[in-house]
Design a protein around this ligand. Structure first.
Ligand code: ACO
Length: 429
């Protein structure tokens, strides 16, 4: 893996740092022995220059705006594949044959219902709870309902836990939604597709039939595929770190959901739509852009910027096309929020501030508009992201647990607190 070494000179001694060669992407300096040999740590808050693991799942080239799942470009998958096929690809490394896909679909479908007792667990939450709060709690509680798949040392249990979470997350998110609007829970309908079933569980009511629109079903499936994995982002790293201690898979995914909720990560889709609403009309955009450029305002343009993409986010392109398609179908092409979004994007992309900082629309800029047009309240945007990302989290967790020399994650620090000092008795302080 390493054919040359970088040299680090420190206090008169030279240390060799092996250079690891990836299949794609920049070389990686191996500093694993540095502390042992040179008694120094490296400092990298936010992990901007640190590869924390080896992974064969997802590759991003942020400079050219490329995203590959197991080598396949996201645009091709979003155009030709389905979310369940993408789940198979991410989990097992290859696109399935038709019999493998049929078998996988059947395995997922058989697990879509949740334990009936879980309904009571849901009813313990306040009706006005944010569905992400409910999801963190319910997914964590899956360990109590499905303890026959919590032994991480048993590959069969790991597999069952993976299938259970991919199958049940849509049911759990739909239940959180139904509970928040005071409607009865809708059981899954296994004749429907993965995304069709999710729409059904959210929008059907016992009083009348609900027919899933094929365009909305396809758009939802695309949203799922586009969000399915994204390399070592904050929530995935959270899942890996939680899992590195040997925690059960349900607890790890609950930790990932908690991290995803933040507005700098998955919460940005809700924040982006709320911001578009706040702007309201095209004439207010310049005033708003000025605020986003002013550091003292504390305002950022939500749905813009990305830690890795410094050219464009390939998912945003697909999402923008989907927004046009869905709004066209629903006959709301003139949706004022879409007009504001498009104009905001146009103005920002011509502005020196955004150009010089390489800030482009990310996946969340347009996804909220589609979801709102479908009938989802903003609070459901991040739960839908969580459903989609579940397969990525699980694939990364399984990859980590399967590693031979897997270690607990334990970063070090640059200590800047007081030096050692003696305790001062209360009466002398
Ligand atoms: N609006 C205005 N200015 C911005 C924005 C923005 N959306 N994003 C970054 N900047 C500025 C920063 O203030 C900073 O300026 P400086 O160099 O003068 O200090 C510079 O651009 C670099 O930004 P950082 O925050 O250092 O970049 P980082 O890689 O740490 O953050 C992030 C990336 C968190 C995504 C950031 O761009 C952001 O907060 N965007 C808005 C929230 C958002 O849309 N998040 C979704 C991310 S995608 C996802 O999770 C699916």
């Amino acid at each position: 893996m390493s054919d040359n070494a970088a040299k680090l000179e420190l206090n008169g001694t030279t240390y060799d740092l092996p250079v690891l060669k990836p299949t794609l992407g920049p070389d990686v300096l191996d500093i694993r022995k540095l502390y042992g040999e040179a008694d120094v740590f490296t400092f990298d808050p936010g992990f901007t220059s640190t590869a924390a693991c080896e992974s064969a799942i997802t590759f991003i080239d942020g400079d050219v705006g490329e995203l590959l799942y197991r080598g396949y470009p996201i645009e091709q998958l979003a155009d030709k594949s389905t979310h369940l096929e993408v789940c198979y690809l991410l989990l097992y490394g290859e696109l399935p044959t038709s019999s493998q896909l049929a078998d996988f679909t059947q395995r997922v479908t058989r697990h879509t219902m949740v334990h009936e007792q879980m309904h009571y667990f849901f009813r313990g939450f306040r009706r006005d709870a944010h569905p992400m709060a409910t999801m963190v709690g319910v997914v964590g509680a899956m360990a109590a309902f499905y303890h026959d798949s919590t032994d991480i040392n048993d590959p069969w249990q790991r597999e069952v836990a993976a299938i259970r979470m991919i199958a049940k997350l849509p049911t759990i998110a739909a239940m959180a939604y139904k509970y928040s609007v005071g409607q009865p829970f809708v059981y899954p309908k296994n004749a429907l597709s993965y995304s069709g079933n999710f729409l059904h569980m959210c929008f059907a009511v016992p009083a009348e039939d609900y027919v899933v629109s094929p365009v909305l079903e396809k758009a939802m499936d695309r949203i799922m595929m586009l969000h399915a994995d994204h390399e070592q982002n904050a929530s995935t790293s959270t899942v890996r770190l939680a899992g590195s201690s040997g925690a059960n898979p349900f607890a790890c995914i609950a930790a990932g959901i908690a991290c995803l909720w933040g507005p700098a990560h998955g919460g940005a889709n809700q924040a982006a739509l709320e911001q578009l609403r706040e702007i309201g009309t095209v004439d207010r955009i310049p005033e708003f852009i000025a605020k986003a450029k002013d550091k003292t305002s504390g305002i950022k343009l939500m749905g813009f910027g990305h830690r890795v993409y410094k050219n464009f986010d390939p998912r945003a392109k697909v999402m923008k096309e989907s927004a046009d398609e869905v709004l066209g179908l629903l006959g709301v092409e003139n949706n004022p929020l879409l007009q504001v979004a498009k104009e905001l994007e146009r103005i920002a992309l011509e502005d020196d501030y955004f150009i010089s900082k390489k800030l482009y629309p990310n996946v969340d800029f347009y996804s909220g508009i589609i979801l709102e047009a479908m009938g989802f309240p903003t609070a459901m945007f991040t739960p839908i992201f969580a459903i989609s990302r579940t397969v990525g989290w699980i694939s990364q967790w399984k990859e980590m647990i399967g590693e031979k020399n897997q270690k607990i994650g334990r970063p070090r620090q640059l200590y800047i607190g007081p030096a050692k000092r003696d305790y001062v008795d209360l009466r002398h302080r």
